[in-house]
Design a protein around this ligand. Structure first.
Ligand code: SPV
Ligand code: MG
Length: 577
């Protein structure tokens, strides 16, 4: 089921009347189940007339007794009950948003008809067409069938009863004349039309199984005269199944305002299905039917499965992304204050640095948090996190610690340095990004200068912005050209803040590059003196050099790196504010 055509009954019901009021010739196509309903509702053809683009589509749906019955394997003799028809009607209504005209057969007796009107109107149907035959009717198209017409006064009474039951002005009851089908005269049809119009019907359908349109065009002429005499403006309906050489414009010119293509989706499906079944039997495999079958994907798209997939993926991407915080190293600056504890346990405003980070992540529905511990491992105390240990934390960099959490990276992850605090909004925006590798980068590099013992990771953007008075900058253009701490700050455009997001693909690329570098290289590598000291930024630079695209998400402040007492004071000031 697709939710794309979602509409409330009260919004849909009046659409048919509105189209007619606008003088539109209403083009209607048959539907017999949800899928054919989606096709009839959504199909469009586009073209051009005298250089002007045109688009054509159906205006309304016909819920046919012939095709609803046939779809259930039954003949069209009112043997499929109203409740069963209503189920099909609701199935189609659930996935479409265009007005629906229901084929009401004879409508049953006047009591049954009242119930049908009430139920259809509630469901959001715009019109019911009932035919002036005696229950149980026989389909009109087959020759040699006895067609019993109802007494016109009895039928008119049924129309009155229905009109009195409907609650809104939106719903229409249309009378279908079967005189020509039953071999009666034009005069009989005209006479019946007059009676039904006087009874308050909202429109007339003239049916014919002639191969020529002459008799219905003749009727249309009479209809004009009757409605003029009665001073009424009520639509005339036709079903050009047998006289199908006649075009919609010709029928419209003759005075028809509703044209119903009454059974074509079912008939074409039947033919294609039969051919497919025979072809598989002949070939004893299904390869040969591929050209005449739609792809499975096309069906998935039509019924909304691809939308579900996309929503699932979005959901997956925005929730439950693992966060890895490498926090193994010993901090030389806060050594005294920390007294054997790791830096993550540094207290700021009564809460640890890690506690603040967890809070920000949780505020963004990120609850799968892994901390890579090393120095002071036993002192790490925080609720609801996973702790992994980097036993070799003394030798190596934060990157080695990050890769202790390799198993957690597979479906994408966020990396957060253990000594940065960010505003919630930064994480929120990061979650909305769809690039495979995205580094959060501050453009206020002018405010930060490298300090004693504190190296900054600089970025040079690939597309340097030349500030112009008017410009559009697309986030997709925010690509990193260079990253590293040895970049001259003057040439840097941004500072990497220690927060990055990798999609599943991005994580695969990161792991692949890391594995290759560790396996195949020795000694100096990128900015590091030795491969054992490989930094996160070295690995990213290596990925860029190998042709992977690394994006940055530009921010302007909104974060803090805790590197010295001054930073703690700043953080405390921010929190107290
Ligand atoms: C239908 O589609 O069920 C109709 C039209 O009533 S016809 O089959 O031509 O009678
Ligand atoms: Mg019918």
């Amino acid at each position: 089921m697709t939710l794309l055509n979602n509409i409330l009954p009260e919004k849909r019901r009046g659409k048919l009347k509105a189209l007619l009021k606008n003088g539109k010739t209403v083009r209607v196509l048959e539907a017999h189940n949800g899928l054919s309903g989606i096709i009839a509702n959504n199909v469009q053809v586009k073209g051009e007339r005298e250089g002007i683009p045109i688009m054509r589509e159906f205006d309304a749906l016909w819920e046919s007794s012939l095709t609803d019955s046939a779809a259930k394997g039954h003949p069209d003799i009112e043997v499929v009950t109203f409740d069963s028809r209503l189920q099909t009607i609701n199935e189609i209504l659930a996935v479409t948003n265009k007005p629906m005209i229901v084929d009401g057969d004879t409508g049953g007796d006047a009591n049954a008809f009242e119930y049908s009107v009430s139920k259809l109107e509630k469901a959001g149907v715009s019109a019911i067409i009932i035919e002036d035959k005696v229950f149980p009717k026989r389909n009109s198209l087959e020759a040699g069938i006895q067609q019993n017409l109802e007494d016109p006064e009895v039928f008119a009474q049924k129309i009155c009863r229905g009109k009195n039951i409907q609650e809104t002005d939106d719903f229409m009851i249309i009378a279908r004349l079967e005189s020509l089908i039953a071999g009666k005269s034009m005069e009989d049809a005209v006479n019946r039309a007059k009676i039904y119009l006087k009874a308050g019907v909202d429109g007339i359908m003239i049916h014919s199984k002639s191969k020529s349109p002459n008799e219905i065009i003749d009727f249309a002429q009479h209809y004009k005269e009757i409605t003029n005499q009665l001073n009424l403006k009520k639509p005339l309906v036709c079903v050009p199944t047998t006289y199908n050489q006649t075009t919609e414009s010709e029928l419209s010119a003759a005075g028809f305002q509703i044209i119903i293509h009454a059974n074509h989706l079912l008939r074409s499906a039947y033919k294609a299905m039969t051919e497919t079944a025979e072809t598989i039997l002949r070939n004893q495999r299904s390869l040969e039917v591929d050209p005449t079958c739609s792809t499975v994907k096309e069906i998935f798209r039509t019924v909304g499965f691809l939308d579900v997939k996309e929503k699932d993926q979005e959901n997956e991407q925005s929730t439950n992304i693992p966060v890895i915080i490498p926090a193994a190293g010993e901090d030389p600056i806060f050594k005294k204050i920390l007294n054997g504890k790791p830096k993550a346990m540094l207290e700021i405003c009564g809460k640890t640095l890690l506690g603040h980070q967890i809070q920000t992540l949780n505020n963004n529905n990120l609850a799968d948090i892994t901390v890579i511990a090393g120095y002071g491992r036993d002192q790490i105390k925080a609720e609801g996190i996973t702790i992994l240990e980097n036993l070799d934390y003394r030798n190596g960099s934060a990157l080695n610690s990050l890769f202790v959490g390799k198993e957690r990276m597979n479906n994408g992850f966020i990396m957060l340095y253990s000594d940065i605090l960010t505003e919630d909004i930064i994480i929120k925006e990061l979650m909305n990004r769809r690039e495979n590798i995205i580094l959060v980068a501050d453009n206020s590099t002018q405010y930060h200068e490298p300090q004693e013992g504190n190296t900054l990771d600089f970025i040079i953007a690939k597309h340097q912005n030349k500030p112009a008075r008017r410009e559009i900058r697309f986030a997709s253009e925010n690509v990193v050209a260079k990253i590293g701490s040895k970049i001259n700050p003057v040439t840097a455009s941004h500072e990497f803040i220690g927060l990055a997001r990798f999609s599943k693909i991005g994580a695969e690329q990161l792991i692949e590059t890391y594995n290759d570098v560790i396996k195949n290289y020795q000694g100096r590598f990128q900015e590091s003196e030795d491969i054992s000291q490989l930094n996160f930024t070295d690995l990213i630079q290596e990925m860029i050099d190998r042709g992977f695209i690394v994006h940055y998400m530009e921010i302007h402040k909104g974060w803090l790196e805790i590197h010295n007492a001054e930073h703690i004071a700043l953080a405390e000031k921010s929190f107290s504010e």
